[in-house]
Design a protein around this ligand. Sequence first.
Ligand code: ZN
Length: 133
Amino acid sequence: MYCPRCNAEYVEGVTECADCGIGLVAEPPDPADQVAYVDYEHVLATYNPGDVALLKSVLDSEELDYYFDGEDFLYSTPMVQPAELLVRPEDVDRVREIIKPLHLTGTSLAHDETAEGIELADEEEPPASDEEE
Ligand SMILES: [Zn+2]
C-alpha cells in the first residue's frame, strides 16, 4: 500500500498514511499525480463535518477541482485534526470568493499561503530521546 501524497510505502492492512492522514492506494503513485497533489493549495481547515459537506456541494456545483485532506478524521469523534480544503492554485481566489458568504462555523480561512490562524493537532511529537543529534 502506498500513500498517494508522500509516496510512503505501508504494509498490507494499513489503510491510511500516518503522516498525511489520507487513504492509501494499492499502486505506487504516478509521478505525474504526485506533482498534481503537491500543486494544490490550502484554502481553509475545518473541524466541522457539516462545513465539509456544504463546501463539497458548493464546489461540485462550480465544477472546481478540490480535495479534502484529513477527511477520514470526520468519522472519528472528536475530530483530532481538521479537514483541510485544497484547490488548484489558479482557483484559490475564486474559491475564497465562493466560500466567503457561506458563514462556515469551526472553520479557519487561510489568508495567506499558510494557515497560521488555526491550531493544528500535534500529530508530530518531537522525539523525546536524543535522536536529534
Ligand atoms: Zn503520506
